[in-house]
Ligand binder design. Structure first.
Ligand code: GLY
Length: 348
């Protein structure tokens, strides 16, 4: 796969002029939140003057084929052609759904992602995964297709609330764990409660570079890209359980707990250094707090893991580490080991 075109910018006008070029049939997709809070920041940018607007509901529950139907209908009704361009302005829900709607409309129109959350900047908007939830399963329907360009403007971070910042930071921690010691150490030493935005911007660029490197080598997740699933086998189950129990949890918070448990498994099964596991777990406990599941939830968590689409028929599939940056994909664990990891997340 070609290297994805990413513009790191503090000037949306200049970045958009570069990304849009001479295209003039432009559609801007937002959800109700980004329509209100982020779209005004694009006002007056000449290359998107006269762009059509499409708005969908906010939140993961709106990441559906119904919302896609709305986007396709609006594209059709407002005269989009194969040469139209869609700009997805929002968090991961908007960039995933917008990317999918654009990739399938008239067999595919170009799209640009402008991620407005830290999570979308360092993960969702980069790497070509697009899709919607279906049949109760997350991202069950989708295609791989790269955005023409991703514009990362960290000015959006200056107004981000603590929970959303921490949610994205969990994916950055994951990128640190799968890359190298200095990156991991810098992430643990960063004051995420009082972030220096300039420093955070530099760390975001480094984090995106980790993902880019992996995606270029294995765009369709046949092997190395599974490294990006670290923390996600336990994390997805924790996130789905929270959703079922009607106390939804931000994706990155669930991933943070997933990282704790999967580093524990990595120590037990792959010899990951116990001190580094404990340092990471302490960071997560300090900033992300305590998970809300109890041991009564273990059977349901195991059931959710058994149905995870990352499994390949060989039990529950985990990505583990034998050290920072040393990745062991396609690992399994016994029920007893997984329960120990869940105990560790609750009690460490
Ligand atoms: N979010 C993990 C990936 O893009 O593969």
């Amino acid at each position: 796969m070609e290297r994805q075109h990413i513009i790191f910018s503090n000037n949306l006008g200049e970045a958009l002029a570069e990304a849009v070029g001479s295209d003039n049939s432009i559609f801007i997709l937002t959800d109700q939140n980004t329509h209100q809070l982020c779209l005004p920041l694009l006002a007056g940018i000449s290359c998107i003057n006269g762009a059509h607007e499409i708005i969908i509901d906010a939140g993961d529950t709106a990441k559906t084929l119904d919302s896609c139907d709305h986007v396709w209908s609006q594209l059709g009704a407002q005269g989009a052609t194969r040469r139209s361009l869609m700009i997805n302005l929002g968090g991961g829900m908007v960039t995933d759904l917008g990317g999918f709607a654009a990739s399938t409309f008239k067999r595919g129109i170009s799209f640009i992602n402008i991620p407005t959350t830290l999570l979308a900047m360092v993960d969702a908007s980069v790497g070509g995964k697009t899709g919607v939830n279906f049949g109760g399963l997350k991202n069950e329907i989708g295609v791989f297709r790269n955005a023409r360009c991703v514009i990362i403007d960290t000015n959006f971070l200056s107004t981000m609330d603590r929970d959303n910042l921490l949610s994205g930071y969990a994916e950055m921690l994951k990128h640190g764990l799968i890359s190298n010691l200095p990156t991991w150490a810098a992430l643990l030493n960063f004051d995420i409660e009082h972030p220096n935005l300039k420093e955070l911007q530099r760390m975001v660029e480094e984090s995106v570079e980790v993902k880019q490197r992996i995606v270029m080598e294995d765009p369709h997740e046949h092997g190395l890209r599974k490294a990006l699933n670290l923390g996600h086998t336990l994390g997805h189950a924790i996130e789905s359980l929270a959703m079922e129990q009607q106390r939804p949890m931000l994706h990155g918070k669930a991933v943070a707990f997933g990282l704790m448990g999967e580093l524990y498994l990595s120590t037990v099964k792959r010899g990951f250094p116990a001190d580094r596991m404990r340092q990471t777990a302490t960071f997560i406990r300090t900033h992300y707090g305590q998970p809300s599941f109890t041991c009564d939830d273990y059977p349901r968590l195991l059931e959710l893991m058994t149905h995870d689409k990352k499994n390949t028929g060989n039990g529950i599939n985990f990505t583990m580490l034998s050290n920072i940056g040393s990745i062991d994909i396609n690992q399994t664990a016994t029920q007893a080991e997984i329960e120990e990891a869940l105990d560790f997340i609750r009690e460490a």
